[in-house]
Design a protein around this ligand. Structure first.
Ligand code: SPQ
Length: 425
């Protein structure tokens, strides 16, 4: 079936709360003493998995429409769950909670869906074991399900081979329980929400260049956390506004933490018309309203320290590159292979099906932009970021896009399709 291209997108939207920050608020609130109140919490499937795990660990968590109240029981208040902990589709839940569970005085089994059971957990098992943790991959493949027998931990100085906030956070959380300081040094700085929020809960954390260090021994105190909008969710509308003719979109209340704002830099490098308005700081996190208008974009090269600041935006950046003039090269992004899907292969398969000129490389992709895109059947591989990226790619294609399992967007953005429709006037 043929379908007309979108003529224009116009309007103001507010994207849901940041997924990374929402997870952390539940986790840190649970192991803090006293009440933590979380506003603008992301009620997406991943963050609900985190709530479910901590309820099973004995924490009372109340939910109103978008506020969450966590009755924290302190660092040593978690209790042995009566069943397996299920992290669903969430890598963040699996890896961060492992750091906490490694130090408890009970044993748990932690698992997740089929995708989680394929994602690498050796990257946390190795450093946590160096701290004295007892973690076994039940299928002996360095993936979940994991059997975690809580132990007394000691501090380490860990040099991580990957820039990963999940690895860093798992180690820092275990470090809260260790008998001496723990530090993590990364090749490049990854998102620093754990450092910012743990500090506001009262944990002594210091950072210097690519190293974060935690000193154990202090208790955490419950806080009021207001979660900013998720820049990873805003990215779809930023690109939609840039690649659709006659468009202007204002996205309100977006977190623009410098360890997450690579997408904004890339848009500027590609010549996109993007303005940041109403800049402010909330709970130590930078926040702004973002205004984008239709733009003629140019291909660019992306790699190095920029990559961790936009790792989850690479699928939508690839879409933007397919609509830009000239060549875009994305390198140093091999981490994409171990996300909810292999995001290099899946982007190349699906964008090629639409007629884009794209090839996979060892650590990224090369896109020659500016060729007309057409409708195609898109395989989401149940990956929320793939489904959302192709909903945007389809706006300016001739012909219809059919995305398999589009409901997988629920992981990070349950109202995505409704919000997109609201801009199509
Ligand atoms: O939680 P999950 O499934 O790993 O989610 C993803 C995503 O696209 O939403 C990755 F697939 O985001 C990660 C991100 O890639 C969330 C995250 C965090 O909150 O700490 C950090 C990044 O992962 P990593 O492995 O680089 O630390």
């Amino acid at each position: 079936m043929m379908r007309n291209k979108t003529k224009k997108l116009q309007g103001t939207i507010t994207v849901p709360g940041d997924k990374s920050i929402s997870h952390r608020a539940i986790m840190f609130g649970s192991i803090a003493s006293g009440m933590t109140e979380v506003g603008n919490f992301l009620r997406g499937a991943d963050c609900l998995s985190t709530i479910d795990c901590f309820r099973k660990l004995g924490i009372q968590i109340e939910e109103t429409s978008n506020r969450i109240f966590i009755h924290g029981k302190g660092l040593h208040g978690l209790t042995r769950p009566n069943s397996i902990l299920d992290a669903g589709n969430s890598g963040t839940t699996t890896r961060l909670i492992s750091g906490i569970l490694a130090a408890q005085n009970f044993t748990v089994t932690l698992t997740g869906d089929a995708s989680i059971q394929k994602r690498p957990m050796g990257r946390i098992i190795t450093p946590l074991s160096q701290m004295g943790a007892d973690i076994t991959s039940i299928n002996q493949n360095q993936c979940a399900p994991l059997l975690i027998k809580g132990q007394k931990l000691h501090g380490i100085e860990y040099h991580s081979p990957v820039a990963s906030a999940q690895v860093k956070s798992a180690i820092l959380l275990a470090g809260l329980y260790a008998d001496s300081d723990t530090s993590v040094t990364e090749p490049f700085v990854s998102r620093n929400h754990t450092e910012i929020m743990l500090q506001s809960f009262g944990a002594p954390i210091t950072t210097s260049n690519t190293t974060a260090k935690i000193t154990p021994g202090s208790k955490l105190s419950g806080q009021k956390v207001e979660v900013p909008g998720d820049i990873s969710s805003a990215a779809y509308f930023l690109v939609a506004g840039l690649i659709t003719p006659n468009s202007e979109i204002l996205i309100q209340n977006v977190g623009i933490n410098p360890t997450r704002d690579g997408i904004l830099k890339v848009i500027k490098m590609m010549g996109g018309d993007l303005k940041l308005e109403n800049l402010r700081i909330e709970n130590g996190e930078e926040v702004a309203d973002l205004l984008v208008s239709s733009s003629q974009l140019q291909g660019i090269e992306i790699g190095g320290s920029l990559i961790p600041t936009l790792i989850d935006e690479i699928p939508i950046i690839a879409v933007m590159a397919a609509y830009a003039k000239g060549r875009t090269v994305i390198k140093d992004a091999a981490e994409l292979k171990v996300k909810e899907s292999n995001r290099i292969d899946v982007m190349v398969q699906n964008l090629s099906a639409m007629g884009a000129h794209i090839e996979a490389t060892e650590d990224g992709m090369i896109i020659d932009g500016g060729f007309p895109l057409m409708g195609a059947h898109i395989e989401s591989h149940l990956d929320h970021r793939i489904a959302m990226s192709f909903a945007i790619a389809g706006l300016n294609a001739s012909g219809e896009i059919q995305i398999s399992n589009p409901e997988c967007v629920d992981v990070s953005y349950p109202n995505f399709f409704k919000d997109l429709a609201s801009l199509q006037i």
